[in-house]
Unconditional design. Structure first.
Length: 367
């Protein structure tokens, strides 16, 4: 059920870490965030990922298990309507550490491990693939193409093609922030004929364009087209109720365009999905540009993404979900000029925000 749920395409926020001014875990607001994501209509959450702060793994912090457990408990308590809700655990490090984290996540009832390869800097791709196979024996894996600007590395078509042969690969988060490399991953999955592997955008700089693009590859002499199913994004940690509406609108637009194209009759020179893309309203391009502009303010690419997590925290602080922007690293703060950029996009794009939804429910989430 969860695997099919992933493949259907859902919003998966990358769960932030709520801290007090003393930089201790704020359990009440951490739980409130999870409740917010459930009520906003998200299809799952990813916990223990970059947005949750990698420092939770440090021995002097010791928050990896407690934070995963808190989210799992909040989901069990709050998600009572019977709909599927995927629990994604961030799993990092070399094999010994990653196996331990995967075992913790599996014991806590998490469904799939988002497998970060950020610590694998110089090893050959064959070693990375063996690492992925080992973790996939512990629990299903969610592949992750992390952009080099924040610690990732270039992984070519051959890597993704071979990763797609791992039976317990359930999904891939594609986040190289690069159009060439994004298309390369989708093509590898198409060529592997893994229609059961869900594709998720992590390209916070181009979310709607990813979701509205039909990607094509050739298998056995025939053209096969795949859409990116959903998103697992730091951007969707904020304004989540609107993100759910955006994804629903994208899915409706894709379905309507494909249906209209089929009725009109597809020509021999183009696939149905490619022809359908031309029928999707240009208004979606405007929305994509607006969301990218807003993301630039929150994620701080102007300073190498240094203010990314404080930027997300600031958006959540403004609506009352967080009490402050505090990070585990006391030096991690907004970059120079970032607050002014957040102010600007806050005024420019009220349609992207879900302030009213949060205001109507905040009291019961925090209770």
């Amino acid at each position: 059920m969860i695997r099919e749920h992933l493949r259907s395409g859902v919003v998966i926020p990358a769960h932030p870490l709520a801290l007090t001014a003393e930089r201790a875990l704020d359990e009440r607001r951490q739980r409130a965030l999870t409740r917010y994501y459930v009520d906003a209509g998200a299809g799952g959450v990813a916990v223990g990922v970059h947005t949750t702060q990698f420092a939770i793994r440090r021995a002097d912090v010791g928050l990896y298990r407690p934070v995963l457990e808190l989210a799992a408990d909040a989901i069990a308590e709050w998600s009572t309507d019977g709909r599927a809700f995927v629990k994604v655990a961030g799993v990092c490090g070399h094999t010994a550490q990653a196996r331990t984290e995967a075992e913790i996540a599996a014991a806590l009832g998490y469904d799939v491990a988002l497998l970060s390869l950020g610590d694998w800097r110089d090893e050959p791709e064959s070693e990375l693939l063996e690492h992925c196979r080992i973790i996939a024996e512990v629990m299903p894996i969610f592949g992750f193409y992390l952009q080099p600007a924040v610690g990732g590395r270039h992984l070519g078509h051959a890597f993704w093609r071979e990763l797609a042969e791992i039976p317990n690969l359930w999904a891939i988060k594609i986040a190289p922030f690069d159009r060439y490399r994004t298309a390369e991953v989708v093509r590898a999955v198409i060529e592997a004929e893994r229609d059961d592997v869900a594709l998720y955008t992590g390209n916070d700089d181009n979310i709607l364009a990813d979701l509205l693009t039909p990607f094509s590859g050739v298998v056995g002499g025939r053209t096969v087209t795949r859409w990116i199913d959903g998103g697992l994004l730091g951007q969707w940690a904020v304004w989540t109720e609107r993100a759910v509406a955006l994804l629903r609108g994208v899915q409706e637009a894709r379905a309507a365009a494909v249906a209209a194209t089929r009725m009109a009759g597809a020509g021999a020179s183009a696939s149905v999905s490619v022809r359908a893309a031309a029928m999707i309203d240009v208004e979606w391009l405007r929305r994509n540009a607006a969301l990218t502009d807003a993301n630039a303010a929150l994620f701080d690419p102007a300073h190498g993404f240094a203010g990314c997590i404080p930027g997300i925290h600031e958006a959540l602080r403004r609506v009352g979900l967080l009490a402050g922007r505090w990070c585990l690293d006391a030096h991690e703060e907004l970059s120079p000029g970032q607050m002014e950029e957040i102010d600007r996009v806050w005024r420019a794009y009220p349609e992207l925000r879900d302030d009213g939804f949060v205001a109507a429910n905040l009291e019961r989430w925090i209770a």
